[in-house]
Design a protein around this ligand. Structure first.
Ligand SMILES: [Zn+2]
Length: 394
């Protein structure tokens, strides 16, 4: 059985694909936690083990079901992010189909995906809605805990119950994440980053987060966690942030972040932040940095984020509610790409005024299709709002 080590806690545990599973006497929601999709991020595994132990010893009454699933078992055992490819960058419907059709593969992560897909399918078939999917991660830099999610109103509404900063729009930069795949199936799904990879605080924050989640979803409302509770995001006047820039590291690039940057840090203009292939990277304006990379593996060097004004959060909700996007096709250069009316193709030579930010407001995710066309896909249509409308938080 693969072993997983936590350096700070000096603990080693054995893990299987299904770390644990509990089912209550009364039926209710199905809450699924994934941990260790990145093998060098074992905090979630340790946290889940501890929460399940508490659930069993406190004999806390459970409504519904809780699953704890291990992600990249092979990489966890070796304490590396991945072995061949990043398991959190290959969840494209087309690619999944190809992987499932293969009889054999040398790519370790394709075997892991195959196993995870089987577990996910079985849970969706046998579990009772509403479903909640939570992916537990940690970061290479020091950080206050935060939530990342695909921007649908359903996800936003659910996540806004946590006293944590929430980062929207990562799916436009990171393709093939497990949570994006699940979100496109219409379920509530969010990622939680609990702290620095090997810091014991990351495990403690994760325990608090899991306990909070089980209370919020009403699955284990009386569970007590030993933690200090989730503290609110210190000194923040804004809760929602959006990513507007990613520094992508090419396969041959030599990238090095300068030491000392922490997540969410505000950086004055003309600060030297990293070096790439011998060239200094300096901020041209005042920036807020997000997820600076302090490890060898990984294709994203850093991001820039900005707070989303409350007015825009409100406006985007109203625009989506009234399906203003359906008026866009009346504009020159904008057409439906699909019969389901969830994807638009925009000829940027004609519709020059259509900025990505307009599509973001309307709930669309943009992809450059070719030099002159932008393809944008709605994240709203798939949402299974009906399955959540009787929950306490909806
Ligand atoms: Zn991760």
């Amino acid at each position: 059985m693969p072993e997983v080590q936590n350096i700070d806690l000096k603990e080693t545990v054995e893990v299987e694909r299904i770390i644990d599973h509990l089912e209550g006497n009364t039926s209710g929601p199905t809450v699924v936690f994934f941990a260790g999709i990145h093998g060098n991020e074992p905090a979630g595994i340790f946290a889940l083990k501890k929460v399940f132990k508490a659930l069993k010893s406190q004999s806390t009454g459970i409504t519904g079901e809780i699953y704890a699933i291990a992600g990249n078992l092979g990489a966890l055992n070796k304490h590396v992010r991945f072995q061949t490819v990043d398991l959190n960058r290959i969840w494209f419907p087309e690619r999944i189909k190809k992987i499932l059709a293969k009889e054999q593969t040398d790519v370790e992560e394709e075997k892991e995906l195959n196993a995870l897909y089987g577990v996910l399918k079985a849970i969706l078939k046998e579990g009772t809605p509403p479903f909640y999917f939570i992916d537990l991660h940690t970061t290479s830099s020091d950080t206050t805990p935060f939530i990342v999610l695909n921007d649908s109103l359903l996800n936003r509404k659910y996540a806004s119950n946590y006293p944590l900063p929430i980062i929207l729009g990562i799916e436009e930069y990171l393709e093939g994440a497990l949570l994006s795949y699940i979100n496109e199936l219409g379920y509530v799904s969010l990622g939680f980053e609990s702290g620095q990879h090997d810091d014991r605080k990351a495990v403690e924050n994760c325990i608090d987060f899991i306990a909070f989640t089980l209370q919020l979803t009403n699955v284990a409302p009386t569970l007590k966690s030993d933690g200090h509770g989730l503290t609110s995001f210190d000194g923040a006047s804004h809760k929602f942030f959006e990513i507007y820039h990613q520094h992508t590291i090419g396969p041959k690039d030599r990238f090095k972040m300068f030491p000392g940057f922490v997540n969410f840090q505000e950086i004055p203009k003309r600060t030297e932040i990293a070096v790439s292939n011998g060239t200094l990277i300096k901020t041209r304006k005042k920036r807020q940095i997000f997820m600076p990379l302090y490890q060898d593996q990984g294709g994203e060097g850093f991001y820039f984020i900005r707070p989303i004004p409350k007015f825009l959060l409100w406006l985007s909700k109203e625009l989506r509610r009234f399906k203003v996007d359906h008026l866009l096709v009346k504009l020159p250069g904008v057409q439906w790409k699909s019969k389901q009316k969830d994807t638009l193709i925009v000829d940027q030579r004609i519709a020059r005024f259509m900025a990505k930010s307009i599509f973001h407001l309307l709930g669309y995710r943009a992809r450059q299709f070719d030099e002159t066309h932008l393809v944008v896909k709605s994240r709203e249509i798939a949402s299974r709002n009906n399955e959540y409308k009787n929950t306490g938080w909806f």
